[in-house]
Write a protein that binds this ligand. Structure first.
Ligand code: ASP
Length: 330
């Protein structure tokens, strides 16, 4: 039997009702009693490293989860992280950068309803995650949820209430799980050795454009952040009218050595800044980085990872464009 380590971090999956609202409080022992079938699937070991609503998770918590997996890596065949759904896509993307080229599967799962309720997705999500973590063809970081396996950098929480909470953005599922059978669509080819990273730089800001927004806010961001992600319109449009000052203020950001990444606020199909004048005019400055079809969760966590790796702008740009766990295809 394969040896799997479950790492509990909290979330609805481990929550109980209280006067102050649902909060994570089921003990790991009680939790595992709800899924006795696991005994037939693997040798399960479990640790609780935090017990948080994922809304409260910080980048330092991503580092702690990664640290736990890396330090136990040789002792287990696969890992299942039990996690709140609200920020699971961020954690899955962060783990994809912190633990690269993992031949062993690292799975995140959670639930929309607590495991102690009659109608819940928690039990099936846990069992399917364990099945996937035990599979010989599984590798790298993934989310397993509602019978779907999504690459760690491609997921987004798309629904706040339904069991099919997650979607794989502009990318096929890695696999689906039907009647406990795993049907693989994509098997990552791992050609380099596995690597763990131990640092993140949180100085990343996301600016969502709205009509009429002036670029003056970038003066403030220039002093506070090392990278600014601009969520433009359509295929990556940024207003180029004189009175909003975007060209001037973005140039100042770049002159100050900051990384400027342009993405789109449209949920699907990514950017292509060269189509319209309102994109092309900005993209002509080769210091601007375009995120194409990356998810916002992947952009933000990749920036935190690469800012901590090097101070050199060209190297930062190069790292941004190097694909990791299916995050980017051009
Ligand atoms: N607020 C919860 C969390 O993210 C929601 C969930 O787990 O579904 O921790």
């Amino acid at each position: 039997m394969k040896k799997i380590l479950a790492i509990a971090t909290g979330g609805t999956i481990a929550s109980e009702s209280s006067e102050t609202g649902l909060t994570p409080q089921i003990s790991l022992e009680d939790f595992l009693h709800y899924v006795p079938q696991i005994e037939q699937i693997c040798d399960l070991y479990a640790v609780q490293i935090m017990n948080l609503d994922s809304t409260n998770l910080q980048p330092s918590d991503w580092l702690n989860i990664a640290e736990k997996i890396c330090s136990e890596y040789e002792n287990y065949d696969g890992f299942v992280v039990l996690h709140g759904t609200d920020t699971m896509s961020f954690t899955a993307a962060a783990l994809s950068y912190l633990i690269q080229n993992s031949p062993k599967p690292i799975v995140l799962t959670g639930a929309q309803k607590p495991i102690d309720q009659d109608i819940t997705d928690a039990r099936s999500n846990v069992i399917q995650s364990i099945l996937y973590a035990c599979d010989d063809h599984a590798s790298e970081v993934s989310i397993v949820f509602n019978g779907e396996v999504i690459a760690g950098t491609r997921s987004r929480k798309q629904r706040t209430k339904s069991f099919n909470a997650f979607t794989s953005v502009d990318f096929p599922h890695k696999a689906v799980i039907r009647d406990n059978r795993i049907i693989h669509y994509i098997e990552p080819e791992i050609t380099e050795s596995m690597r763990c990273f131990h640092e993140l730089n949180q100085r990343v800001f996301v600016l969502k454009l709205i009509p009429g927004l002036k670029a003056d806010i970038l003066d403030y961001l220039k002093n506070q952040y090392d990278a600014v992600v601009i969520e433009g319109f359509g295929v990556g449009g940024i207003p180029n009218t004189e009175e909003l000052h975007f060209q001037e203020k973005i140039s100042e950001l770049l002159d100050a050595g900051k990384l400027v990444v342009v993405t789109t606020q449209v949920p699907l199909e990514g950017s292509d800044m060269n189509i319209y004048e309102v994109g092309k005019q900005f993209r002509q400055d080769k210091r601007i980085v375009e995120a194409y079809n990356m998810t916002l969760e992947a952009i933000v966590t990749k920036l935190m990872w690469l800012l901590a790796r090097t101070e050199v702008l060209e190297e930062r740009q190069k790292l941004f464009y190097q694909p990791v766990n299916f995050d980017l295809y051009i």
